[in-house]
Write a protein that binds this ligand. Structure first.
Ligand SMILES: C[S@@+](CC[C@H](N)C(=O)[O-])C[C@H]1O[C@@H](n2cnc3c(N)ncnc32)[C@H](O)[C@@H]1O
Length: 242
């Protein structure tokens, strides 16, 4: 699939290595830039995702592509017995672990190095799995989604938060300018990685969204799938159960 071949640095290295390298590079600025570039909305988006899990009252939660652990932290009010965050970037998780210490959440939430596509947890391990702005970066999207389905318990729920593409002509024009020009400019100035925020725009453009993503979930054995657009369609929440 085309989107799998969009990479941060266009080098011969595998996508997952380039992605891990890129997030290691920008880790110290990731949280701040997230807040600036999303005008603070990213927090409320994760909260909306967590609401969608309330109905199943999950006891075990896996936060895939946890980064600096924001999604895992947002899941704490669900009062699970355990939250595990996994990521391929040690640099991002270093900041996540510091945050967990400060919030006194290190016992409830633990972060481990792991790739969504090859996680070796036993079949049917988790009541809920969340992925925030992570699926777009998978080296092989379908392999990742299929593996997450394998480790989800029957009746368990997957909630994915990801950037999407607005359909309205005018909104699309503004979004294209913001994502293609403003974001890379601010990213370049503050993240010390010239490519990271250009890759963001390129990967969002190439990534399947809305119904196209739901179709891929269906193909990988998720049931009761749906999507809810956020903020004029610039992002979406995808849900599916096993
Ligand atoms: C944009 S950050 C999102 C972090 C966090 N989930 C959030 O909501 O802010 C994407 C994260 O996905 C991680 N990632 C990318 N591909 C991955 C994979 N195949 N398995 C696990 N983590 C991955 C990156 O290392 C990075 O930390």
């Amino acid at each position: 699939m085309l989107h799998n071949s969009v990479t941060p640095y266009n080098t011969p290295q595998e996508k997952k290595e380039q992605v891990a390298q890129m997030f290691d590079n920008i880790a110290n600025r990731y949280d701040a830039l997230n807040s600036v570039l999303s005008f603070g909305t990213h927090k409320s988006w994760r909260k909306k995702c967590v609401k969608k899990l309330q109905v199943i009252q999950p006891k075990t939660i896996l936060d895939v592509a946890t980064g600096t652990a924001d999604f895992a932290i947002e899941c704490a009010p669900l009062q699970p017995t355990k939250i595990t965050g996994v990521d391929i970037s040690e640099g991002m998780m270093k900041f996540g672990r510091e945050k967990l210490e400060k919030l006194n959440l290190s016992k409830l939430i633990t972060l481990e190095n792991g790739n969504a596509e090859t996680l070796s947890y036993a079949d049917n391990s988790f009541d809920a799995i969340v992925v925030g702005f992570g699926v777009r970066n998978f080296q092989n999207l379908e392999k990742g989604l299929a593996n997450l389905n394998r480790i989800l318990k029957p009746g368990g729920k997957l909630v994915v938060l990801e950037f999407a593409y607005p359909t309205n002509f005018f909104v699309k024009g503004i979004y294209n300018f913001y994502l293609g020009v403003i974001t890379p400019l601010i990213g370049k100035l503050f993240s010390k990685d010239n490519r990271a925020y250009s890759y963001l725009a390129e990967s969002v453009k190439a990534f399947p969204n809305n119904n196209a993503f739901v179709e891929i979930m269906n193909k990988n054995n998720y049931k009761h799938t749906s999507y809810s657009p956020l903020f004029l369609g610039v992002a979406a929440i995808y849900e599916g159960s096993k």
